[in-house]
Write a protein that binds this ligand. Structure first.
Ligand code: S3P
Length: 169
């Protein structure tokens, strides 16, 4: 069985949906940000603050490579995982990539506080999310085998849809 990679913007529900999907499918869940933080012994925000975004992206790419080569899992990625072509290739080659897509209006309501998300500290969350989605949309589309709307239903409903797509694939 291949990996099930969940991609999408901050607030798109990757972690909440991933937890449910892993439970439904009896697979283990890997949260890529947690994996990086645990290995490093500090939070993503701390790492970002002390060493900058590129250092975080290098560690993120190493984590994708490691996870892709490991035992099968549902993987909740960080929103910027699609920024590197190598990550897109590794995810697509090792499983099914599902894009949880939602509008910035929905995303900004969900990530209101921005706690633990350094990119949101760079301006008004709604404006930041608009700009990030515009810059990344093509990459999410290129990475994804399947696109699921995560802006309207509950996490349970979205998880059911992901599970159904996985089972059909
Ligand atoms: C990021 C999203 C975050 C985290 C980091 C960068 C991004 O993960 O990886 O703050 O570039 O969109 P979530 O999508 O889980 O919030």
């Amino acid at each position: 069985m291949p990996h099930l990679w969940l991609i999408g913007m901050m607030g798109s529900g990757k972690s909440a949906v991933g937890r449910r999907v892993a439970g439904e499918l009896g697979m283990r869940l890997i949260d890529l940000d947690d994996e990086i933080a645990t290995r490093l012994g500090c939070s993503v925000s701390q790492l970002w603050g002390e060493r900058g975004e590129e250092a975080f992206r290098d560690l993120e790419q190493a984590a994708v490579t490691r996870v892709a080569a490991g035992d099968d899992a549902v993987v909740a990625t960080g929103g910027g995982v699609v920024l590197r072509d190598a990550n897109i290739a590794a995810m697509r080659e090792s499983g099914i990539v599902v894009w949880l897509r939602a509008d910035p209006a929905v995303l900004s309501a969900r990530v209101e506080s921005g706690v633990g998300r350094p990119l949101l500290a760079e301006g008004e969350p709604r404006d930041v999310l608009d700009a990030i989605l515009a810059a990344r949309e093509d990459r999410y589309a290129r990475a994804a085998h399947v696109v699921i709307d995560s802006g309207t239903g509950t996490a349970d409903e979205v998880a059911d849809e992901v599970t159904a797509q996985w089972t059909a694939s």
